[in-house]
Design a protein. Structure first.
Length: 85
């Protein structure tokens, strides 16, 4: 169950990180601080889970898959929200 939650947290963390990167490059100031706080919370959770579980190939796979899909989802959503009409 810890691997599932670490995967989910990795998805959220990288989603927020990619979304934040697009905010910075697009000069969208308002969401920067709230997203930074959420990024810190999810990053600390993932790190704490890795410390608890230790090195586990299943954890690496889960965190990697969560990160990749999180980045793609953020790119899509950011483009949808901030598209130019």
């Amino acid at each position: 169950m810890e691997i599932f939650f670490a995967t989910l947290a990795s998805f959220v963390f990288v989603f927020l990180k990619a979304f934040q990167q697009r905010n910075v490059t697009g000069l969208h100031y308002r969401p920067v601080v709230p997203i930074s706080i959420l990024m810190a919370a999810t990053e600390v959770y993932v790190i704490a889970t890795v410390v608890r579980v230790g090195y586990d190939p299943a954890l690496v796979l889960g965190v990697g898959c969560g990160a990749g899909t999180g980045a793609m989802a953020a790119m899509y959503l950011h483009n949808y929200i901030f598209r130019r009409d």
